[in-house]
Design a protein around this ligand. Structure first.
Ligand code: GLU
Length: 282
């Protein structure tokens, strides 16, 4: 009897030790169902994806996707969401230290990130393209980026697709990297002629471009398909499986398509139209 009690106590302690988001549950899906509260990380500076305007919650496609997933995980019960800014440079650390429970923030699955993050999804597959000033006729295709000044948004993988080889790079082109804090900083520097090109997923670029019509041009010369996934604390397989079910439901009931059109319908981009194959929850 006593031995059984000790074993149970040890299991409980292990469960607590594995918990994320500062709660007393071993999985995020358990936390959502038992406490009705969750901390979600999104971008706060990316128009149409995750953008904070004024005092309210962030707005955009990723924010709406996160709301859908949380509601699905909660079986329709009301959940309070605390939104936390999750810049590219801090995402892995925010998950590891439990400051956020889920990250939905244009977060690509990469080999370098896999050991640190459990990725659910992907929830959408998006092409990487390149944006230049509309007036710059010297860059018409990606190979014209040789020797040009390319933005390196801190913590983001996208610049590697241009300047590095696989697995996390692609083209291995010699471009001159210019540091920026995030993608809104990249776009500011592009406007100010402090760099020549920003290369990342076309939905990110189009979000900025549609804020200032006529100022920028997308090359429409795709580099690679990027898998945007939901970041979860490493090892929380139960939440990963539940999020994968939510993503499938979001495509099957038409919500994913509706949200893509809501946020990007006027960009002229060919929008993603299918449920990506889940990568599995190791
Ligand atoms: N999806 C890319 C990445 O995760 C670029 C955008 C971002 O950093 O959020 O590196």
């Amino acid at each position: 009897m006593r031995r059984a009690y000790v074993a149970l106590a040890a299991a409980t302690v292990m469960g607590l030790a594995a918990c994320g988001g500062g709660g007393s549950y071993s999985t995020v899906v358990g936390k959502i169902r038992n406490t009705g509260h969750v901390v979600v990380g999104t971008k706060w500076d990316q128009p149409s994806l995750g953008l904070v305007v004024g005092p309210g919650d962030p707005q955009g496609f990723d924010v709406d996707v996160a709301r859908y997933i949380v509601n699905y995980l909660a079986h329709g019960r009301h959940v309070d969401i605390t939104w936390r800014e999750s810049p590219s440079s801090a995402r892995e650390a925010l998950l590891q230290n439990g400051s956020v429970d889920l990250i939905v923030a244009t977060y690509t699955i990469t080999e370098a990130r896999r050991p640190k993050v459990t990725f659910a999804g992907p929830y959408v597959i998006v092409q990487q393209d390149t944006m230049v000033r509309a007036t710059d006729t010297s860059i018409k295709k990606v190979s014209d980026l040789r020797g040009k000044r390319l933005c390196l948004a801190e913590g983001s993988n996208s610049y590697r697709r241009v300047v590095d080889p696989p697995p996390d790079g692609k083209l291995d082109l010699p471009a001159v990297l210019v540091n920026a804090a995030n993608y809104s900083d990249c776009v500011r520097k592009l406007t100010d002629h402090r760099l020549d090109a920003v290369s990342t997923q076309n939905l990110i670029l189009a979000g900025f471009a549609q804020q200032e019509p006529g100022r920028f041009r997308l090359l429409n010369d795709p580099i690679i398909d990027e898998r945007w996934a939901v970041g979860i604390k490493k090892g929380d397989a139960a939440t990963c499986e539940a999020v994968n079910q939510a993503i499938a439901a979001m495509w099957h009931d038409g919500t994913a398509t509706r949200l893509l059109h809501k946020w990007f319908g006027k960009t002229g981009l060919k929008l993603p139209w299918y449920l990506p194959k889940p990568e599995g929850c190791p």
